[in-house]
Design a binder for this molecule. Structure first.
Ligand SMILES: [Cu+2]
Length: 143
């Protein structure tokens, strides 16, 4: 009995691991959407997936935005120019900014599973161009 259970648990774990995806987000001085962008800026993910922020161009980072994280998720802030890996275990939207280019609209939205915190996250005020960029990203999240 015990070995059957162990095998079932192992199979379930392996199935879970196989389903977890890695999503790459480039940090760019110039992308398809303009200057100073995350590309893609909108990522649809599932719990357990990993988001990898790539320092394709230097001088960027990924920092969580106050009020734009699912409950229980610790705020994060990566070092400028470093690769940053974020495992998204909690369902909800994760708002991300590049610290030096936030007002230029360098923001991203990670949309994980059923996003219960969308309305709270939408209500956050932003600097400069970031608010307009987020309007577009939330439109993608609603589709
Ligand atoms: Cu930047």
């Amino acid at each position: 009995m015990r070995s059957i259970l162990t095998a079932a648990v192992a199979a379930a774990l392996m199935a879970g691991a196989a389903q977890a995806e890695v999503h790459e987000v480039k940090m760019l001085n110039r992308g398809e959407a303009g200057m100073m962008v995350f590309e893609p800026a909108y990522v649809a993910a599932q719990p357990g997936d990993e988001i990898v922020f790539l320092p394709t161009d230097k001088g960027h980072n990924a920092e969580s935005i106050d009020g734009m994280l699912p409950e229980g998720v610790e705020p994060f802030k990566s070092k400028l120019g470093d690769e940053f890996r974020l495992t998204v275990n909690e369902e909800g939207v994760y708002g991300v900014k590049c610290t030096p280019h936030y007002a230029m609209g360098m923001v991203a939205l990670i949309d994980v599973g059923e996003a219960a915190n969308v309305e709270v996250a939408k209500a956050v005020d932003h600097r400069g161009k970031a608010g307009k960029i987020f309007d577009g990203l939330f439109e993608q999240a609603a589709q």
